[in-house]
Write a protein that binds this ligand. Structure first.
Ligand code: KIV
Ligand code: NA
Length: 262
């Protein structure tokens, strides 16, 4: 199957096809998500928490984003691949933003970048789009601003969020993530703008949904947010497989005859 393009992704909104997106950070996971038919794969800077064990997304570097984007890009035949601009790469001026986002597209098979922010990011979005770099915006809760916000909370500023949505749309974003906002507000934004809204903690009216893969699979050992739905319990599966292996090594049951070279 051919890869989903940015214009196709945007057109899903008009045709009423709901968009499924998930994060992935490595080759084997991205292979499986692509085989399962997910529409979009986000190499999210949540890899700082999920893969690297940091407390926030702030420590993730551009080189690390590209390293993960390369692995995911190699795995994908079908899904649209979007890569996060890590903090603070989209706040250093338009020139730097184009240089950084350009690296993502040059050095991986990603087709688009995502950046956090609304109206105040409009000029940066415009610069990237005019350089031919598709941009997914990310409004509502901005995890890279966690210290300014004082925590991860539902964002309720109706007028600001609506203005942000219009602003990033006018700047040329092809889609936008809406994170942790009330469902009614997400519905209003989704009705108001022409580009697809991809919700995470933004209710059922969005044009698509995105989740962090570790939350969906049940790998996360720590805090799982209210908006995440766990579709499997891989954590218990892994622990019990490893326990069984350890026991079999101790008892000599593994390796068995079928695993031996004679
Ligand atoms: O980094 C990420 O995984 C994200 C999604 C939660 C939207 O930005
Ligand atoms: Na992110």
């Amino acid at each position: 199957p051919k890869r989903i393009t940015v214009p196709q992704f945007t057109d899903y909104k008009q045709s009423g096809k709901k968009i499924s997106m998930l994060t992935a950070y490595d080759y084997p996971t991205a292979r499986l998500l692509d085989e399962a038919g997910v529409d979009g794969i986000l190499v999210g800077d949540t890899l700082g928490m999920v893969v690297q064990g940091h407390e926030t997304t702030l420590p993730v570097t551009m080189d690390e984003m590209i390293y993960h984007a390369e692995m995911v890009g190699r795995a994908v035949d079908h899904a649209l691949v979007v890569v996060d601009m890590p903090f603070p790469s989209n706040h250093l001026g338009q020139h730097k933003a184009v240089e950084y986002a350009g690296r993502i597209l040059k050095e991986s098979r990603a087709q688009a970048v995502k950046l956090e922010g609304g109206a105040e990011q409009a000029d940066t979005i415009r610069a990237l789009v005019s350089a031919g770099i598709p941009v997914m915006a990310h409004c509502g809760l901005a995890p890279q601003s966690v210290h300014k916000l004082g925590g991860y909370r539902v964002q309720r500023d109706h007028d600001k969020l609506l203005a942000d949505a219009h602003s990033v749309t006018e700047a040329g974003a092809f889609a936008m993530v809406l994170e942790c906002i009330p469902s009614e507000l997400a519905n209003e934004i989704t009705q108001a703008i022409a580009i697809p809204t991809i919700g995470i903690g933004a209710g059922p009216s969005c044009d698509g949904q995105v989740l962090v893969i570790a939350d969906l699979l049940g790998i996360t050992s720590g805090y799982v947010p209210k908006f995440a739905k766990q579709y499997a319990n891989i954590k218990d599966t892994i622990i019990s497989a490893v326990e069984t292996y350890c026991n079999e090594v101790r008892t000599g049951e593994f390796p068995g005859e079928s695993h031996e070279y004679k």
